[in-house]
Ligand binder design. Structure first.
Ligand code: XIL
Length: 338
């Protein structure tokens, strides 16, 4: 058990443990090292963490064959000492291509070798310590049907996904291997495509075990909760685990008490959808506190997407999540999932 505080009541992680579901946050290297309130709040409220940036290729392999494990090691140590599960994010992502990788002409065989070495090294190092890997992130184009253009796709071909999952499985056969993407949370063209892609990969015997739905939404505009549930359930029918991996609900500035209340209702709806879906094993927010969120830098005119404010005070959204997790599991018809 973790100490409760007056402000928050029972910590979210205790409620999530009782429901058999993971609750987590993306963790940034700098505050993990330098902000004790950040560490204390994470340890109290979360039973799971994910690397916000430090496991991405450009950070963990900044030069060819030279790895920097400092951030990821600190994260893994923090997870272990606080009895949290650790998600690995991410092995293959088109946006994480350092100069040594993108500014060179590769043959297919050479690039497959880079992929294989990278995955064997990173997954191998954290073998047994990372519960789930986002093996491939955002491979589908969101404007046109099909896989997006990327170095991996253009040089290796569309089977780069199959190879990436196969390499990861060889490096840690017990880790659950996820495909992670955005705009696939509801029922739409891209989520249909993701469904067809994963179904075909399973039919080919590719070791894929789960699908992550990012859920970077605007607080008052997001897919209806029932479509989130039916979408997750169709992936569950393929035998896949599902997780909400990067939830945040950004608010248009100025942030007002009314908007924070509306945001809280949205958080409640999304957590209830996750609890209702047959095979959703975790919900992670993309950050812990509005103090360090990526939102203001990436979405101009938006802020305040997370559960804790800049002073680590729980927001109405936190209380709504608390309430959603407190609802009696039996009356909702869903037992522990982990
Ligand atoms: C973001 C981080 O939050 C930022 O700090 C970084 O500058 C860019 O990447 N989808 C993903 C995440 O899968 O890796 C992204 O994280 C946010 C969108």
């Amino acid at each position: 058990m973790h100490a409760a505080t007056n402000a928050t009541g029972t910590p979210l992680r205790d409620l999530a443990d009782a429901r058999g579901i993971g609750i987590g946050a993306a963790v940034a290297t700098r505050p993990l090292a330098g902000d004790s309130a950040y560490r204390a709040t994470l340890a109290r409220e979360m039973n799971m963490i994910v690397a916000e940036n430090c496991m991405k290729l450009h950070q963990i392999q900044p030069r060819e064959g030279q790895y920097d494990f400092a951030g990821a090691d600190a994260l893994a140590a923090f997870a272990a000492s606080n009895n949290m599960r650790l998600r690995g994010h991410t092995l293959v992502w088109h946006q994480s291509a350092p100069g040594w990788l993108k500014d060179r002409q590769w043959s297919r065989a050479e690039l497959l070798n880079v992929l294989s070495q990278h995955i064997a090294t990173v997954v191998g190092r954290y073998k047994g310590r990372v519960c789930c890997w986002d093996v491939v992130n955002e491979a589908l184009d969101d404007k046109i049907p099909g896989l997006r253009t990327s170095l991996w796709h253009d040089v290796i071909g569309p089977d780069y996904l199959d190879h990436a999952f196969t390499f990861a499985h060889a490096a840690d056969p017990r880790a659950k291997l996820f495909y992670n993407d955005y705009c696939t949370e509801g029922l739409n063209r891209k989520s249909d495509e993701q469904y067809a892609m994963l179904k075909a990969m399973l039919a080919r015997g590719v070791p894929v075990h789960g699908v992550g739905f990012q859920c970077h939404f605007v607080f008052d505009s997001y897919p209806a909760p029932e479509t989130l549930v039916s979408n997750m359930n169709r992936f569950a029918d393929l035998g896949l685990e599902t997780q909400i991996t990067e939830l945040d609900l950004r608010i248009s500035t100025p942030v007002t008490p009314e908007k924070l209340e509306r945001q809280a209702r949205a958080y409640g709806e999304i957590f209830r959808a996750a609890l209702e879906a047959r095979n959703c094993t975790a919900v992670l927010t993309w950050g812990l506190t509005d103090k360090y969120s990526w939102v203001p830098a990436f979405f101009k005119g938006f802020d305040a997407g997370l559960l804790f404010d800049k002073d680590y005070e729980p927001k109405p959204a936190h209380d709504a999540v608390h309430q959603a997790l407190s609802i009696d599991a039996v009356s909702r018809g869903s037992g522990p999932k982990l």
